[in-house]
Design a protein around this ligand. Structure first.
Ligand code: CP3
Length: 341
């Protein structure tokens, strides 16, 4: 099996010779070659220039040989296309506007997918040329709830106060916004699939902080509508949740092929609770990468053993960060490539 076959099989719920491996945020500031390019190119220029986005996507593949490459882009390309300016501060993204009223909502730009995301289509096409047939290409987008949370608060919000208040006081506005984002996400993922993406991942980073009832009202219907909209493509869809334990069963009801979980939940526990047709992805703690290679190997072996019983993709429970050690990433990828044996 090559990496692409392994990734497609595992994401589709089938068992593989060994688990495919890739890491969330595998492109980025922990790599000196990324930081070097970043010295001369602003973040959005790198995202929107296909040659640069492809180069950055390939950097970790050249170094570590993962089975799949995730397009270098960001979940905030959607608010960007809707006319909101985004910059990054020490605390994370800062959006130029907050969508807290009907007036603000109506002022959002209508997104013409093929025009607004032509840079994404070109980058994915080029990536597929570079990587197929050996390595899988992963497309992605943010989930409507997580994107709405950014667009309403204008920044990351741990407690989700603003989005909760909006959904409570102005449910029509919340549902109009989430529905509009869901349509745009469906279009963006379809564009990536048509350009050659083998698998797509929907990031619902903030939804794990909702109560189960809120998750079922505010997040699940929109993830589900995206997944239904893409069913005809036959491409496996991965749904990522952070703090996934509480919503495991609800998230599985989205119709996703693979659930990506973080390290607050054991893989074996998730496996026991879910329909065996649903594949799992995750869920190593990024802190593990700071351990000596032997410990990394032991933990990877144990993790792979505990994943038995269905499709499984080795990954972290959340993204690499700028402090992640390169040697740790190398040891992690290698340990999975050795088959966890
Ligand atoms: O390698 C990859 O994983 C592909 C690229 C990718 C980026 N962002 C690049 C990026 C992906 C898949 C994302 C997803 C993303 N973006 C999420 C969901 C995943 C998660 O971590 O929960 C979220 C919530 C965002 C929003 C976002 N974009 C934040 C919070 C930040 C700033 C904080 C940070 O981690 O740097 C960004 C900026 C960003 N996106 C960078 C990168 C490499 C750093 C920008 C820089 O170089 O200055």
């Amino acid at each position: 099996m090559n990496g692409r076959e392994r990734m497609l099989a595992a994401a589709g719920g089938r068992t593989t010779d060994r688990p495919p491996v890739w890491l969330m945020r595998q492109a980025g500031r922990y790599l000196p070659e990324y930081r070097k390019l970043r010295e001369t190119h602003p973040f959005w220029e790198m995202v929107k220039t296909p040659d640069l986005a492809v180069e950055v996507t390939l950097q970790p593949i050249r170094r570590f040989g993962m089975d799949a490459a995730i397009l270098f882009s960001d979940i905030l390309t959607i608010p960007d296309a809707m006319g909101i300016d985004i910059h990054f501060s020490e605390e994370g993204p800062v959006l130029s506007r907050q969508i807290t009223s009907q007036t603000e909502y109506r002022s959002l730009k209508e997104v013409e997918i093929s025009e607004a995301f032509d840079y994404v289509r070109r980058a994915v096409c080029k990536l597929c040329c570079e990587l197929h047939p050996h390595t899988a290409v992963i497309g992605f987008a943010g989930a409507p709830f997580t994107l709405a949370a950014y667009m309403v608060a204008g920044k990351p919000s741990q407690d989700l106060d603003q989005i909760r208040m909006l959904a409570d006081k102005e449910p029509d506005l919340y549902h109009a916004l989430a529905g509009r984002i869901a349509d745009t996400v469906t279009g963006l993922l379809r564009l990536q699939i048509e350009a050659g993406a083998d698998v797509v991942q929907i990031f619902d980073t903030w939804a794990g902080r909702l109560s189960e009832d809120e998750y079922r009202r505010l997040a699940l219907p929109y993830s589900r509508s995206i997944i239904e909209g893409l069913r005809g493509t036959g491409v496996p869809i991965i749904l990522y949740l952070r703090n996934s334990g509480t919503h495991l069963d609800a998230a599985a009801a989205s119709g996703c092929h693979t659930l990506s979980i973080d390290s607050t939940l054991e893989i074996a526990t998730a496996r026991a609770r879910l329909n065996p047709k649903i594949a799992l992805q995750g869920n190593f703690d990024p802190d593990l990468l700071h351990q000596p290679p032997e410990i990394i190997r032991q933990k990877v072996r144990a993790g792979i053993r505990s994943s038995r019983g269905g499709g499984y993709i080795a990954n972290l429970g959340q993204g690499l960060n700028p402090q992640s050690p390169i040697d740790g990433v190398a040891a992690f990828v290698q340990a999975v490539q050795e088959g966890g044996a």
